[in-house]
Design a protein around this ligand. Structure first.
Ligand code: NI
Length: 152
């Protein structure tokens, strides 16, 4: 496994739309492994492939409570409710903001074996999925933050 460099806000790659994964090749699995290692080394709760310079629809999310998710071509297929809470991003170091996100989401994705999985999440995990999936469309939480730390 290898620790990858995390791109920071201002890098154009973070603003691009990522392409779906057609085949789960060994290269994709290695990327997932490296993303998990990179996320953990940075003490993050999630990481999306464009943050490490790969414009593919791949994310990893990990929380103590819910464990590790490694998702390929993830999509939000249902959402409900609302939460306002603090959010940060490994690509926006040292900053935080308040966002408004759904309280509950269901994400459909492929797992490492290429099986379709539906994951229903609430609270922090729901927010984390929304945040990471936004990265795949070139969006950062600072775009939708209703308040940033320097306004507080
Ligand atoms: Ni982020």
């Amino acid at each position: 496994m290898a620790k990858l460099k995390i791109l920071k806000i201002g890098d154009e790659t973070l603003r691009k739309v990522s392409r779906p994964v057609d085949n789960i090749t060994p290269r994709v699995l290695t990327l997932l492994d490296d993303m998990v290692e990179t996320m953990r080394a940075a003490n993050g709760a999630g990481l999306a492939a464009p943050q490490v310079g790969v414009l593919r629809r791949i994310v990893v999310v990990e929380t103590e409570e819910d464990g590790l998710f490694q998702l390929i071509n993830p999509k939000i297929i249902a959402y409900s409710g609302e939460q306002e809470s603090e959010e940060g991003c490994l690509s926006v170091p040292g900053r935080f903001g308040i966002t408004r996100r759904p309280m509950h989401v269901t994400v459909r994705a492929l797992n490492r074996k290429g099986e379709t999985v539906d994951i229903t999440a609430s609270g922090f995990l729901a927010k984390a999925f929304c945040h990471e999936l936004d990265h795949l469309d070139g969006k950062l939480y600072v775009d939708c933050a209703i308040k940033m730390d320097n306004d507080m």
